[in-house]
Design a protein around this ligand. Structure first.
Ligand code: PLP
Length: 452
């Protein structure tokens, strides 16, 4: 037989043929997952109980029985998105003054609906902007940053503090970039960060808009600043100052806000949207959406429009009450069980993640802590018998959340993201007790290895 090479892939194809470390981790865990026994604090899934199943069913019936308003809901939709949904989103923002947005704020702006959630809009950005430098906060939204790097972007991650991306450090970084600033393509900032759930303060947001405005003038071209608001409707701590939309601070027309209905309604609807100044960038995103199969399934868009017009405010309140209670309880248990070992704890006011820095305990996938929790120590006393292993717990190690070339690599080795979204409280309690044991186990191992 003549020799034949395998399929010739593009650089992106070749990079994508290897699953990302987090994908590998989650797939390995999902393969042997035992319902009712293993505990998944790793996934970013929303809590099933926050999804209004019955109301969605009702909305579907209403849409299909009202073809005058919801025209041809089971047919193809347009590339920009359903006019009903776009009108409902406008109403939702303006009537509820979300982020202080008024009719005037949205003048000259448009809303476009993604093909498949906010994710598809973020992905579209990677196609319509040339490769170059993308700046974000560290820890970073690893899913998107991994995509950016496979597409050939250079991601520069600036550490965040308790108010979000540290603008002093950003200024120093920009100064150090010098002529390379010309290679900056865009900024991507998650307003309630994933993985940390740190809320970007309004001051920081304004400062960021100012910095990127100045930078745009300096390089002589508008540099887009994308704010990802995936969790901004999930601020459940009443003491937090109301978040102001960055559109309110934008004079140059460089701010774009990405939103999603995944966290307040249902990820399965796959409704994400982008709000920004009308013009080249939005036009190119709309064309890109058309290229990949049009905006989200029209039936889903119409259902979402109906839900936004009928009781979305009460739904958001219900979702937030649920997460607020969970956050408080989980925080209490964390202090009780892991207290002395927690050096820093972020999150608890918004979204559904806590991001912990442990004192002296490594959390990476080669660590004893991780091996204890995933029952891969190789010791039967810890892992349990091969045919009936003890309960396993998965979380996202900090090593995957911090940028590998950034300033947080060392501390990232002692960090972890835990989600209180998907699992219910009793399971989370069990998981935290197991984490306490895992800390004791890893302390024992390192004591023994020192004494050898
Ligand atoms: C920061 C961030 N952006 C976007 C998304 C995805 O949103 P969607 O479900 O609309 O694709 C997520 C999902 O977890 C997220 O954490």
């Amino acid at each position: 037989m003549p020799k034949i090479h395998d399929v010739l892939l593009s650089e992106y194809g070749a990079a994508s043929s290897i699953p990302s470390p987090v994908n590998r981790l989650m797939t390995d865990f999902a393969i042997g997952f035992r319902d009712g026994r293993d505990i998944n604090l790793g996934v970013g899934y929303v809590n099933e109980r926050t999804i209004p199943h019955r109301t969605i069913q009702l909305a579907c019936e209403q849409v299909l029985s009202n073809p005058q308003k919801y025209r041809a809901a089971l047919n193809y939709g347009g590339a920009q998105g359903s006019p009903n949904l776009i009108a409902s989103l406008r109403r939702f923002y303006i009537e509820n003054r979300i982020g202080g947005i008024t009719e005037q704020t949205l003048n000259g702006h448009d809303i476009v609906i993604g093909a498949n959630g906010a994710t598809s809009l973020l992905e579209s950005i990677t196609h319509v902007l040339p490769t170059g430098i993308a700046l974000t906060a560290d820890p970073m939204y690893y899913i998107y940053c991994n995509d950016l790097e496979r597409k050939g972007f250079e991601v520069i991650a600036i550490p965040e503090d308790s108010e979000g991306l540290d603008t002093q450090r950003l200024k120093s970084k920009l100064a150090a970039l010098d002529d390379e600033k010309a290679a900056i393509r865009f900024f991507y900032v998650v307003t309630v960060n994933n993985p940390t759930c740190t809320i970007l303060s309004n001051n920081r947001k304004r400062e960021l808009v100012d910095i990127v405005t100045q930078l745009s003038y300096e390089v002589g071209r508008k540099i887009p600043l994308f704010f990802d608001n995936a969790y901004s409707d999930l601020v459940h701590d009443g003491t937090v100052e109301p978040l102001v939309s960055a559109l309110r601070y934008d004079e140059l027309g460089i701010v774009y806000e990405v939103g999603t209905l995944s966290k307040i309604l249902a990820p399965g609807l796959r409704i994400g949207y982008l709000i920004g100044t009308k013009g080249l960038l939005l036009d190119s995103i709309i064309q890109r959406t058309s290229d990949i199969g049009f905006s989200a399934p029209l039936i889903n868009q119409e259902i979402a429009s109906y839900l936004l017009d009928h009781g979305i405010e009460a739904q958001i309140e219900k979702v937030n009450n649920g997460y607020q209670q969970k956050a408080k309880q989980v925080k209490t248990w964390m202090v009780e069980l892991l207290g002395d070992n927690i050096e820093e704890c972020r999150g608890g006011s918004a979204g559904f993640y806590f991001y912990l820095t442990l004192a002296n305990v490594a959390t990476g996938s080669a660590s004893d802590f991780f091996k204890f929790l995933t029952r891969t120590t190789g010791q039967e006393t810890i892992d349990g018998p091969a045919d009936c292993q003890h309960p396993k717990v998965i979380y996202i190690p900090g090593e995957h959340c911090v940028h590998p070339n950034g300033d947080m690599v060392e501390v990232g080795k002692r960090q972890l993201r835990i989600s209180y979204g998907f699992e219910e409280l009793p399971q989370i309690h069990t998981a935290l007790k197991l984490m306490k044991s895992a800390i004791a186990y890893s302390a024992d191992i390192s004591k023994n290895s020192r004494s050898v």
